[in-house]
Design a protein around this ligand. Structure first.
Ligand code: PEP
Ligand code: MN
Length: 339
C-alpha cells in the first residue's frame, strides 16, 4: 500500500507517518518527489493490519492499495520520472545519455583509444565487459580483474563514468570498486540473489531484460533491487528471442514505450545486442529516442572486424559519430538535450 502525504507537510509530520507504518508491521519506504512524497509500505497485507487508519492523520492525503505486483517500480507509487545520479551524470532527466564502448575490454590500447573517441563524440559513460557471459566456454571470457584495472585507467584519463557487467555474486564487491554502474546481463536478468547483492552496493544498476523475459517479469526483477532499498535502477531493453533470424534478437521497442508508461524508472536501449547487426544500430537508435528512451548503450570498437566478441554488431568510431549526428533531430523533437 502507499500512503500519500499532503503537499507542504513538514519532515516531522512525515516521520510520524513513517513510524506509524512501521508500528503497523510494514517496512516504510519514503519516496520523495519534487511535487509529492509518498510512503510505500512493504509487507504482506494478509498478515499485517490495514493502513486505512492512517487516513485520520491530517498530513495524510490518502491511503491507496497498489494494484501492480511491481509496487516500487510502478508509476502508481511514484508519478514523476526517477532521475538516477551516476556520480554527477543524471540519467532520466533532460539530457539524453550516451553510454558507449567495446563489447569486451581487450587491451589498454583498444580501451583507451575507444574511450577517447566516444568521449569526443559526446558519450558520458564508457562501457566495456571485463567478465563476459559467452555462450561457448571456448570463446573469449573477458580479462577479469585486468579488465577492471584498464577501465579504472580509462576513467582516470578521460573522466568518463564506467559501466561494466557483474556476472556473479562472487564478483560484486570488486566490480563495484571500479564501476559507477553495475550491469546485470540478460542471462542473469532473473538471478535474484545476484540482484540483491548488487543492490546492496548502493551503486546504480542497469538491469537488462532477459532473453525471453516478459515485461512484467523484467519490472519484478527491478523490484528486487528497489525493495532492497536501492532506488537507482536503469531498465535496459536489449532485444528478446523470437522466431526471426535476420536479426540476432528482436529489439522490442513496444517494451520501451510500455516501460516508460508503467514505470518511473529511466529506460536505456541497447541497439547493439538488440539486433546484432552494425548496419541497423543507427536506425534502431533513432526509434529508441523517438519512443522516449532516456539513453543508449552502444558497442563501439576501433576495429570491429578484429573484436574478440560481438564484432558483427560493433560500430567503428566513424559509425558512432554518425549515430550521434543522426539522433540529434530526434532528441530535439523529444525535448531532450543531446551531445
Ligand atoms: C553486453 O552488453 O555485451 C552483453 C553481453 O549484453 P547482454 O547481457 O544484453 O547480452
Ligand atoms: Mn556484446
Amino acid at each position: 500500500m502507499i500512503v500519500v502525504i499532503r503537499a507542504g507537510a513538514t519532515q516531522d509530520k512525515i516521520d510520524e507517518v513513517i513510524e506509524e507504518v512501521r508500528k503497523l508491521g510494514y517496512e516504510p519506504r519514503p519516496i520523495v518527489g519534487e511535487l509529492q512524497t509518498v510512503i510505500a509500505a512493504i509487507g504482506d497485507e494478509r498478515i499485517h493490519h490495514t493502513l486505512e487508519s492512517l487516513r485520520v492523520l491530517p498530513q495524510v492525503e490518502s491511503v491507496l492499495r497498489v494494484q501492480k505486483r511491481y509496487k516500487l517500480a510502478s508509476r502508481e507509487t511514484r508519478f514523476e520520472n526517477t532521475v538516477v545520479d551516476v556520480d554527477g551524470v543524471a540519467i532520466g532527466g533532460e539530457e539524453f545519455v550516451l553510454m558507449a564502448g567495446p563489447c569486451s575490454v581487450e587491451s589498454e590500447e583498444q580501451l583507451l583509444e575507444t574511450a577517447r573517441a566516444v568521449k569526443a563524440a559526446g558519450a558520458k559513460i564508457l562501457r566495456g565487459g571485463a567478465y563476459k557471459p559467452r555462450t561457448s566456454p571456448y570463446e573469449f571470457q573477458g580479462l577479469g580483474r585486468e579488465g577492471l584495472r584498464l577501465l579504472q585507467l580509462a576513467k582516470a584519463e578521460t573522466g568518463l563514468k564506467i559501466i561494466t557487467e557483474v556476472l556473479s555474486e562472487r564478483d560484486v564487491a570488486h566490480v563495484a570498486e571500479v564501476a559507477d554502474i553495475l550491469q546485470i546481463g540478460a542471462r542473469n536478468a532473473q538471478n535474484f540473489r545476484l540482484l540483491v547483492e548488487a543492490a546492496r552496493t548502493r551503486k546504480p544498476i542497469l538491469l537488462k531484460r532477459g532473453l525471453s523475459e516478459r515485461i512484467e517479469e523484467w519490472l519484478l526483477a527491478a523490484e528486487y533491487i528497489l525493495a532492497e532499498g536501492n532506488p537507482s535502477v536503469l531498465l535496459c531493453e536489449r532485444g528478446i528471442r523470437t522466431f526471426e533470424t535476420w536479426t540476432r534478437n528482436t529489439l522490442d521497442l513496444s517494451a520501451v514505450a510500455i516501460a516508460k508508461q508503467e514505470s518511473h524508472l529511466p529506460v536505456i536501449v541497447d541497439p547493439s545486442q538488440g539486433c546484432g547487426r552494425a548496419d541497423l544500430v543507427r536506425a534502431l537508435s533513432k526509434g529508441a529516442v523517438a519512443l522516449g528512451a532516456d539513453g543508449l548503450l552502444v558497442e563501439v570498437h576501433p576495429l570491429p572486424a578484429e573484436a574478440l566478441s560481438d564484432g558483427q554488431q560493433q560500430l567503428d568510431f566513424r559509425g558512432f559519430n554518425t549515430l550521434v549526428a543522426d539522433i540529434r533531430p530526434f532528441t530535439a523533437a523529444a525535448g531532450r538535450r543531446s551531445p
